[in-house]
Design a protein around this ligand. Structure first.
Ligand SMILES: CC(=O)[C@@H](O)[C@H](O)COP(=O)(O)O
Length: 256
């Protein structure tokens, strides 16, 4: 299994911590699914969250904490937020999110590369939320990122993998780089598909937090990412246009 800045994840499910009906449900979603990474927004929780009790609960979950720069639109904002997160959470991990378009919440990849360079030079382990663009991916790697997080679809849309072809191309281009599909997941089948493509993890928030039963959905997502990874490792058959009889010919029950 690939390591994320030297760390082996306990499993391939990363969950956001926003929009849950209550802190208790958030806690149960993590505990019952076993998700190993929690991404937290310093700005959002600091501004309107439950304060100290919230941070305490996250700490007690015993998961890896991936602070994020959600809501940042400028390099300066993102870099400042990353520094604050490093102080608060005592981690050099940062999910770098730099929004460039208000309606689609598409990342501003130009600012992203610039901020990634500044932060990696300052010792951060940057997890960049990016598009599926291969040129941007290369620039992020050159800037010092060791992980890439292409979007599946716009944040909160639940559309799944909008551009599977491009996600597949990124996997093929960078077989050794830990890749995470981040955002846009709506269903367990989307998460399973990302893992079937060979992705190393999936990050999601809305699909779990906004489900009628977030705890059950978190468990379903964990089942999905594990099934997808197993399927990828099992080397699936290629889809064919024509039928091929699967019932064995008499006297030839096995292929070898
Ligand atoms: C929580 C977080 O980091 C989000 O910005 C993330 O990208 C998840 O997106 P979804 O809510 O679409 O799963």
């Amino acid at each position: 299994m690939k390591r994320f800045y030297g760390v082996e994840l306990p499993n391939p499910l990363m969950l956001g911590t926003a929009q849950y009906p209550s802190p208790a449900i958030l806690e149960q979603a993590f505990r019952q699914s076993g998700a190993g990474v929690a991404t937290v927004s310093l700005r959002r929780e600091g501004a309107g969250g439950a304060g100290q009790a919230f941070w305490q609960m996250i700490a007690e979950l015993g998961v890896l904490v991936l602070p994020n720069t959600a809501g940042c639109h400028t390099v300066k904002e993102a870099v400042t937020t990353a520094h604050m997160a490093r102080e608060v959470f005592d981690t050099r991990w940062i999910k770098l999110e730099l929004i460039g378009h208000t309606d689609s919440l598409q990342p501003d990849v130009f600012k992203l590369v610039e901020a990634a360079r500044i932060l990696t030079e300052d010792g951060f382990a940057v997890f960049p939320y990016t598009t599926e663009d291969l040129v941007v991916a290369e620039r992020l790697l050159v800037a010092g990122c060791e992980v890439l997080m292409p979007w599946g679809a716009p944040i909160g849309s639940g559309r799944g993998l909008n551009n599977e072809y491009a996600l597949r191309a990124m996997r093929a281009e960078y077989p050794e780089v830990p890749l995470v599909v981040d955002a846009g997941i709506g269903l367990p089948s989307h998460a399973a598909r990302a893992m079937e493509l060979g992705y190393d993890a999936v990050l999601m928030n809305t699909a779990v937090a906004r489900a009628s039963d977030p705890v059950a959905m978190a468990r379903a997502m964990m089942g999905a990412v594990k099934a997808g990874r197993l399927a990828h490792e099992a080397d699936p058959i290629e889809a064919r246009d024509m039928a091929e009889a699967s019932t064995p010919v008499i006297g030839k029950a096995f292929l070898s």
